[in-house]
Design a protein around this ligand. Structure first.
Ligand SMILES: [Zn+2]
Length: 415
């Protein structure tokens, strides 16, 4: 068996892992870098692929998958909600960046048509190779993938072992394998207690609103937006909470897929109290109201959060709450690091308060270490999806603890 890292070796973005076993070749994820320029994983020929497996519906894991359907019809496996969210996100990607991409809606349709929905812990077979999805706790429908051919592989995809209001955590009880391909986004960093961060966000929002200001929370449409709404609901937040953009469509998809939620009833109740934003007139109105606005995109790369952030940033009585990892080169990152907004080369000065809250959907360092310590046998650990420096530091540390770990480079082949 051979594992080739096609992307996200020493960086976060454009994930792609190729697993070859005799005549079977399985591609795990095929994403795009969400930064300014489109960066895709190393090339694969669709006709060489036996199957495509998607771990979860984030663009850095699915964004380049339609490329495989320009000239191919590869069978695709994912959880049901992942397939539905993938379709939504890829159409949105084409709307925003279609001119930079080699594929069209046609290929997205073909991908969906070739998709087979698989449940968690329901073994399925690809050319005699056994595969299984395990809950990864990262976003609704997110999976780790277990593959058993001549060797056994576990690919974590993106993983979270911390329970959130929206999702059940990933389990530490994993099957024994020969290789673990693991993300390491937070290789060298731990998260503070989630409840403490939730309370800080509530306090930040209350203070700003009681001062007559508006709070913008830029959020990923899938999972994060709904979790935020659940937080405000659970703390009995007294002020209006609005949600905008693609997150509203995601709400409906999640309600139709309750098996992927920790507490479907909580989401139903939360959405019942939430205000849905309906068009531009309402956007222009609520941006001056004492309220919280949850809106994609999470890194201010597009969507209504761009409009909101330009308006809200002007006034010092307003606030912007950053609640997720901001990839380098995104407007969200420059807001956090330099305190400026930069859209298409235009600078906007920021007078509003900017708060940072750690509500990550990735395991922190302690959880990653606990996962590695819980592994049965002595698998080779292949680290991907982390920034070079921290990825290498974690590999060194794991090796000093007696593990066999490597920080993989893109293009590297591990036998
Ligand atoms: Zn992800």
């Amino acid at each position: 068996m051979q594992i080739k890292v096609l992307g996200a070796g020493g960086n976060i973005g454009n994930s792609g892992i190729l697993v070859k076993d005799d005549s079977t070749t399985i591609l795990l994820d095929y994403g795009l870098n969400p930064g300014k320029n489109i960066v895709h994983p190393l090339h694969v020929r669709p006709k060489d692929l036996t199957a495509l497996i998607t771990t979860h519906a984030h663009l850095d894991h699915i964004g380049y998958e339609p490329y495989l359907y320009i000239d191919g019809s590869v069978p695709h496996y994912a959880t049901k909600v992942t397939i539905e969210l993938t379709e939504l996100l890829l159409y949105d990607l084409l709307n925003i960046s279609g001119d930079k991409l080699p594929f069209t809606q046609q290929e997205v349709k073909k991908l969906v048509k070739m998709s087979k929905a698989i449940e968690y812990e329901e073994p399925f077979s690809i050319n005699g190779i056994e595969a299984e999805f395990l809950n990864a706790g990262h976003i609704p429908g997110s999976s780790m993938v277990y593959i058993k051919g001549s060797k056994r592989v576990l690919y974590t995809g993106d993983i979270n072992h911390i329970q959130t209001r929206l999702l059940k955590p990933a389990s530490y009880d994993l099957p024994e394998v020969d290789y673990v391909v693991s993300e390491c986004t937070y290789a060298m960093q731990d998260h503070p207690e989630r409840e403490q961060e939730e309370k800080r966000l509530i306090d930040f929002s209350n203070e700003i609103i009681e001062d007559g200001g508006t709070v913008l929370v830029p959020a990923f449409a899938v999972g994060r937006a709904q979790e935020l709404a659940e937080i405000f609901y659970s703390y009995n937040f007294k002020h209006d909470v609005y949600m905008d953009g693609m997150a509203l469509t995601v709400n409906e998809i999640l309600l139709n897929n309750p098996q992927f939620l920790r507490d479907p009833e909580l989401l139903r109740k939360t959405l019942g109290r939430l205000n849905y934003v309906n068009g531009w007139e309402e956007r222009r109105k609520i941006v001056k109201e004492p309220a919280v606005i949850i809106s994609p995109a999470g890194m201010l790369m597009g969507g209504a959060s761009v409009f909101y952030s330009k308006k809200i940033s002007k006034d010092q009585k307003n606030g912007i709450a950053i609640v997720a990892y901001q990839v380098e080169g995104t407007p969200g990152r420059s807001l956090l690091e330099e305190g400026v907004l930069n859209f298409n080369g235009n600078h906007y000065s920021v007078n509003a308060k900017v708060g940072k809250f750690d509500l990550s959907s990735h395991s922190g360092r302690s959880q990653l270490l606990q996962m590695f310590k819980s592994l049965k046998g002595s698998p080779k650990i292949i680290l991907v999806h982390g920034e070079q420096e921290s990825c290498e530091a974690l590999a060194l540390e794991l090796n000093s603890m007696g593990f066999n770990a490597t920080c993989a480079k893109t293009g590297e082949v591990i036998e």
